[in-house]
Design a protein around this ligand. Sequence first.
Ligand SMILES: C[S@@+](CC[C@H](N)C(=O)[O-])C[C@H]1O[C@@H](n2cnc3c(N)ncnc32)[C@H](O)[C@@H]1O
Length: 291
Amino acid sequence: MGANKDIESYLNKVFLKDIMEVLKELPDKSVDMVYGDPDYNVGVKYGDKSYTKNFNEYIEWYIELARESMRVLKDTGNMFLINYPKQNAYLRVKYLDEACYGVYDYAWVYNTNVGHTPKRFTTAHRSILHCRKTRDNKFYKNNVAVPYKNPTDRRILKNLANGSTGRMPYDWFYFDLVKNVSREKTFHACQIPQKLSEMLIKSCTQPDEIVLILFGGSGSEIEICKVLNRQYISAEIDEKYYKMILDRLTKGLIEEKYKLRLKKYEIKNIERQLTLLEEQRKYLTNNRRKK
Ligand SMILES: C[S@@+](CC[C@H](N)C(=O)[O-])C[C@H]1O[C@@H](n2cnc3c(N)ncnc32)[C@H](O)[C@@H]1O
């Protein structure tokens, strides 16, 4: 499919379009990384819009998205798809395991105040599927290495002497959700923390390489590409988010008009939670002193 135009004409552009249309135009094996954080089909409203479908229809759409993405990915490329575990499990079994050289299911874990139910454990992680198209995928440990936990261990000392900058991160990552009071928060309904997307982008690309950000959203991942000097291609179907992305990229900051305006009761709730946290902290400190 597609492949009418040269990839150059798509670079460093965001399209106000359905990503499927953009994908179908892109040439085969033309991008170094695909990064996808789609709507998860759990009823989220983006302002007045919702993309929720019947579950089977959603999975068919998700498979088609992954199939086209794999087509445009270079043989040395990597694809990361973020979703809730069930959606990613279906995609993996129904399509990815056959189509990829390797598929790895990572977990992004976070603390949450919502989703608590009395009859099951609380969902507090998302699945990130990492797909290697071939065994020759590029992966840059030194871009993402974390400090060794036991740097005085003899084997670690040897690694350090041989130039190692640290260990490969584990396949689970802790990053706080983007909170309403975070510096990077906008009026967008669901944002991925920039520290997380930064780690994924750095793990498999170098400056000037091409990252296809399937869903523009608030522009958080596209901004990371710009800061890291990666070339990007992206699409966003909703005009209000599209405009925010363009402004964010041009001005290098999130203008006040795009920031989340908290309602009075939300500010009161946050203040109450901060007071409770402070009380808990004092209680724990006092208890520790008594012991
Ligand atoms: C989960 S959000 C992505 C948020 C993003 N990761 C961030 O941190 O800002 C999904 C986005 O995809 C957009 N969207 C939904 N369906 C789309 C489609 N078919 N093509 C392009 N964008 C779409 C929605 O408007 C929404 O902004």
